[in-house]
Design a protein around this ligand. Structure first.
Ligand code: ZN
Length: 198
C-alpha cells in the first residue's frame, strides 16, 4: 500500500495546526535553556530564599539573567549571585523592601569577588549596567513575564519573533564594605530606578 492511499484525508489540516511550545518541566531545565556562560542553574536556585519560585514567575527572570551574564562576561571578573527570588515571607524576615522586585523574580543581587579591588570592581559593574539601559538583548528561548500585584512593573519592549528585549530596570548600589552588604542589585522592572551611593 502506498503512502498516498494510506494517508488519512485530514492529514493536511493537521499539518497546518500551530505547533505547541513545550514548557520546561523543572526550573533547572528552564534555566539550562538560557545557555548562560557564567551562572549555573544550581547557583541561581541556591540564591533563592524560601523555596523555589512558582512556575508562573519563571519567565520574569529571563531578561535579568541574560543582562547579568553579559555583564559578567564584559567585566571578566568572578561574580556570584547572592540573592535571586525570595518568597514574600522570606523577604520580610530578611529586611527586604515592601515593593521589592525579588518576590516577582525579576531581580538579582550580584557580588564581584575580587579581594581588595572589590569596591572598584563593584562600581565598574554598576556603571556598565547603567550604560546598558535602552540596549537590545537577545534570548535563546521565548519567555513570558507576568505582573505581580502592587509591585512597580512595566512591560519590556520585546520582539516576540526574535525573543529580544530592551533592557530597562533598577540598579541598586550597595557600597558598604563587608559581606553581604557589598553588592549590586539588578532588576528588569521595565522602568529606570537608581538608588545607593556611587
Ligand atoms: Zn536586590
Amino acid at each position: 500500500m502506498s503512502d498516498a492511499i494510506s494517508a488519512p484525508p485530514w492529514r493536511g489540516a493537521l499539518v497546518s495546526e500551530p505547533v505547541a511550545v513545550r514548557l520546561p518541566a523543572t526550573l533547572t531545565e528552564h534555566l539550562e535553556g538560557l545557555q548562560l556562560r557564567h551562572f549555573s542553574p544550581d547557583e541561581i536556585i541556591r540564591a533563592c530564599g524560601g523555596g523555589e519560585p512558582p512556575w508562573h514567575l519563571w519567565g520574569n527572570i529571563v531578561p535579568t539573567l541574560i543582562v547579568a551574564d553579559a555583564a559578567r562576561e564584559a567585566i571578566g571578573r568572578p561574580t556570584k549571585i547572592t540573592s535571586a527570588w525570595r518568597s514574600d515571607e522570606y523577604n520580610w524576615q530578611n529586611g527586604g523592601k515592601e515593593y521589592s522586585q525579588h518576590p516577582t523574580f525579576t531581580a538579582l543581587d550580584l557580588a564581584v569577588l575580587v579581594g581588595s579591588w572589590k569596591a572598584r570592581a563593584q562600581r565598574e559593574l554598576q556603571d556598565l549596567l547603567a550604560s546598558w539601559r535602552g540596549r537590545r538583548f537577545f534570548s535563546p528561548v521565548p519567555f513570558k513575564r507576568v505582573e505581580v500585584d502592587c509591585v512597580p512593573f512595566a512591560p519590556l519592549d520585546t520582539c516576540a519573533g526574535c525573543y529580544s528585549f530592551i533592557f530597562e530596570g533598577g540598579i541598586g548600589r550597595y557600597p558598604a564594605p563587608g559581606w553581604p552588604k557589598f553588592f549590586t542589585h539588578l532588576d528588569t522592572r521595565g522602568i529606570r530606578a537608581d538608588w545607593g551611593a556611587r
